[in-house]
Structures are given as structure tokens and as C-alpha cells.
Design a protein around this ligand. Structure first.
Ligand code: SF4
Ligand code: FES
Length: 255
């Protein structure tokens, strides 16, 4: 198959950037989208031109490194799929594709399709962990967890931190990501001691990083390659309200 590509090329965060036209020729239908870009890049390198920069690592849909916008859709047209797991058989010969980086104030463009997602790392550093050593894997029944909670925690833990939710949201909100990270710990016994402090610090840090507010549009859930549910945002909001009440009570007791 042959494709016409318009790829966003931008040297760095200060550069204005623009779409550049490329032709992708003799693309195998079994290739992944990133392998198709590898073919284009090999041609560019052979001609002495700068290859298109894009993020990737595992290419198995589990690390969260890949991600850009294809024809206006984060991770492309295949629902529940990272761009590294998107295959060329989902496109038609002669298609024209526009590739752009995630667009969000908190995700500055590093180069071409690569953005700086370290704001996500800083939200995790603000509280997305358990600050005591939980030791090795315990015996299975030593700490009983209701099956429903265990499954929900696993659903939330599927978030790979790719940033598609932010890119798809008209407010560039990081609520789905933060909600997934807050929830997977809030659902398990080990996450309880710091549960309410965690939600306050992670939400405060999310706002400090310049992400927008959630207005329940739902584009994040639609774009998420791991199909993280909006219900986790509701769960975060409930914990946040409870945490605020606890904090107010503690302050009034001190005064
Ligand atoms: S919630 Fe989904 S879209 Fe957002 S970072 Fe996690 S995996 Fe990516
Ligand atoms: S490269 Fe790891 S999820 Fe796509």
C-alpha cells in the first residue's frame, strides 16, 4: 500500500513547526504504524535528511512510551489500541494521514512527534506510591481483598501513562490519568493509610503542572488505549471531597 503523510516537524519547543509532506511507499499491511514510520525514516536517512522523531519502547502496548495523533485521533482510529499496536491493515491504499504530537500546555514538544511527559512523573512523585516497604509478594490469602476491589484495582493499574487522555481532552485535563493512579492504590488495603493525603497532593500537583479541569466530556475514556473508565474520575472526586472534609476537621481541631 502507498500513503500520503503530512507529519508535524518541529525542531524544539521554541520552533514554530509545520506539516511536511512525505510519501510512504510499498508498505506491508502486516506492519505496525511505527514500522511504517521506520520505513519512511530509513528513506530519509538514506537521503541524508533528518528522520521523523517519535517516542517508542516496548512496541507491545504496555510501556506507554508511544503516542501521537493520527487524523485528529489520539493513537489513531482503532479503539483500545496504542499506536505501536495499530496495524496498517486498518488503513486503505491511497489514504492521506496527518500526524501530530499531543497538544497540551503541560506537554511541551521536544521534537516532531515527541512531547515531554515528565509532568506525569511529577504527579506520581507527589503521592502515587506507598511510602512503607510492603516487602515481597505475600502469601495469597494473608491479606484478603474482595474480588470486586481486586479487579477494579487491576483495571485502574492498566494505565500506562501514555498521555492520550490529556491530548484528547479539550481542557487538556489529566484527570483520567490521576484518577487511575489514585484509584489503584485507594482500592487496596496497602493504600489506605495515605489514601486521603494522596488524593489531595496529587490533584494539587496536577493543577500546578498546568493541566485543565475535568468538565465530564469523556474524550479521555474514548481515546484511552487501556479503556480506563470515567468512573475512576468519579471515584477520585469522592475521595477528594472526603479528604477535604478530613483536612478541615483537622485544622479546626488545631485552632
Ligand atoms: S488513562 Fe489511558 S490515555 Fe490516560 S495516560 Fe493512562 S493509559 Fe494513557
Ligand atoms: S511502545 Fe510501548 S506502549 Fe507503545
Amino acid at each position: 500500500m502507498n500513503l500520503t503523510l503530512y507529519v508535524w516537524r518541529q525542531k524544539n519547543a521554541a520552533d514554530e513547526g509545520d506539516f511536511v509532506h512525505y510519501e510512504a511507499r510499498d508498505i506491508n499491511l502486516d506492519m505496525s504504524f511505527l514500522e511504517m514510520l521506520d520505513v519512511v525514516n530509513e528513506e530519509l536517512i538514506a537521503k541524508g535528511e533528518d528522520p521523523i522523531a517519535f517516542d517508542h519502547d516496548c512496541r507491545e502496548g504496555i510501556c506507554g512510551m508511544c503516542g501521537f495523533v493520527i487524523n485528529g485521533i489520539a493513537h489513531g482510529p482503532q479503539r483500545g489500541t496504542t499506536v505501536c499496536q495499530l496495524h496498517m491493515r486498518h488503513f486503505k491504499d491511497g489514504d492521506t494521514l496527518y500526524l501530530e504530537p499531543w497538544r497540551a500546555k503541560a506537554f511541551a514538544v521536544i521534537k516532531d512527534l515527541v512531547v515531554d511527559r515528565s509532568a506525569f512523573d511529577r504527579i506520581i512523585q507527589a503521592g502515587g506510591f506507598i511510602s512503607v516497604s510492603t516487602g515481597g509478594a505475600p502469601e495469597a490469602n494473608a491479606l484478603p481483598v474482595p474480588k470486586e476491589d481486586a479487579e477494579l484495582a487491576m483495571d485502574a493499574a492498566e494505565c500506562i501513562g501514555c498521555g492520550a487522555c490529556v491530548a484528547a481532552c479539550p481542557n487538556a485535563s489529566a484527570m483520567l490519568f490521576t484518577a487511575a493512579k489514585v484509584s489503584h492504590l485507594a482500592l487496596l488495603p496497602q493504600g489506605q493509610p495515605e489514601r486521603y493525603q494522596r488524593v489531595l497532593t496529587m490533584v494539587a500537583w496536577m493543577e500546578q503542572e498546568g493541566f485543565g479541569s475535568c468538565t465530564n466530556i469523556g474524550e479521555c475514556e474514548a481515546a484511552c488505549p487501556k479503556e480506563i473508565s470515567l468512573a475512576f474520575i468519579a471515584r477520585l472526586n469522592r475521595d477528594y471531597i472526603k479528604a477535604s472534609i478530613i483536612q478541615r476537621r483537622q485544622l479546626s481541631r488545631k485552632s
